[in-house]
Design a protein around this ligand. Sequence first.
Ligand SMILES: [Cu+2]
Length: 582
Amino acid sequence: MVQCRSCLCLVAFFVFSVMMISSVNPTAEAKPGIHFHKWEVKYAYKSPDCFKKLAITINGDSPGPTIYAAQGDRVVVTLTNTLPTENVAVHWHGIRQIGTPWSDGTEGVTQCPIMPGDSFTYEFVVDRAGTYLYHAHYGMQLSAGLYGFIIVSIPLHGVPEPFVYDQDRSIILKDWYHATTYEQATSLSSIPFGWVGEPQSLLINGRGRFNCSLLNAPSSDHSEICDATNPECSPYSLTVVHGETYRLRIGSLTSLSALSFQIEGHNMTVVEADGNYVEAFETKNLYINSGETYSVLVTADQDPSRNYWITTNVVNREPSTPTGLAIFNYYPNHPHKYPPTAPTTGPLWNDIASQLAQSRAIRAHHDFIQPPPPKSDRVIVLLNTQNLIDGYNRWSLNNRSLTLPHTPYLIALKQNFTDAFDQNPPPDSYDIANYDISKVPHNVNATSSNAVYRISFNTTVDIILQNANTMTPGSSETHPWHMHGHDFWVLGYGSNKFDVVKDPATYNLVDPIMKNTVALYPYGWTALRFRADNPGVWIFHCHIEPHFFMGMGIVFEAGVEMVGTLPTSIMGCGETKRLMRP
Ligand SMILES: [Cu+2]
């Protein structure tokens, strides 16, 4: 067993691997490891973009420590909530939680929130190598800075990856707001509605740059809250050696922004998406949505006498956020020496066609194709709309806007608490024949709902995400949809209203990628297929935090009767209180 704490984890894991290599009979199977982490979730003042703001941190860090493990290992995170007046829950994004649905970390779905002063232990197996994420899944705490990476390597004697590289590095992207999550959440749920707006900066590995002179105060007054000389906001520098090839794991946990990512003068070869190997393809601009991860290979093959810019830009929404900057540093140049060129600007923000082209270009790696079942047992078409409910702005699926119940679904379903949520099934479709997706809806009103899609265990389900016009004429937004507990096959994309008769004939059933997060483009559709083979209760939602906060998600159940005895540590709220009494 290996004791791991924050950055010591990597060292411990390395030592562990060496121990394994030195002590193991070469023909024997490697034994899975266990990685213990102790996290204190606490407030700290942070200046990631030079502007001082209260952040929610793990052991004082935002982003939090990277969890390193090998495929098949067990990860045990004991989280102590020392936020004095605030609950918390943490989701392990991309980890399917096979056999441990209560460790998914989704407040209201799989657990009660962790109350101030309480500790909670998440324990799960990382069953596949790849690049994953973790982040808060309660209220809007992701925006407050609770996020990080999970990096799962190939175990000893494991199936090798279909690509080679010299070094492994990771980059996590975030958009950053100066308003607190409490102000944002209050504005979103008020009449009149207050939109969160565009972020103030983009962070690369927790570092960005806000122009302090934009503050409405003389510089002598604002140096306390915005200090351009603060080392916390000096750009991240990735040091490379000429001639070496780097595997860059890139993950995005933005609250709102879809991003493009570039390395000046260097091509990137995409090899992994959401933990699945893809047929390698080259790009200069990697588009990445919140909740997605990619691995790219980059060879340091340019003039090594200078540094280059790493840049990230907002796409899909008219940007008012400055380009996020980091430095691609050729050793032995000084890591903080600015490149002699102006930062590259990235692609046009509204070039949806090239984003769609990238999405369509990604195929499963030919040696790792997992063919989808040829047919589905059920088709659920979800119309994505912006609505009003009693005058409040919301997002809905088939006119239902999700409100999480006070009793988590997993416990309510397992214990048959039928009063905990609406027992009527939500609709599998909408009025496809008559609904005009290109216009503001005739009647913008929707209803709130906490009903659940009940799915027969081990059946195959297609989900068609259908986009539409918002409540603003001529406007439709991109939504990155993320599924808990499963990967899904991405069968296809379209740029208009889905035709239930014709469009399934265009599906890629040969080599579709599997992902856990996929984009739904403006006015278009995205078709997914998944096998409901993981017993539990799972959420499927838009990964834009304010959209999810405004109801953009559904919950589905499959095989809940097969879930083992629930740990009492997930209980304590709503109707589960009665289970806690002797
Ligand atoms: Cu959305």
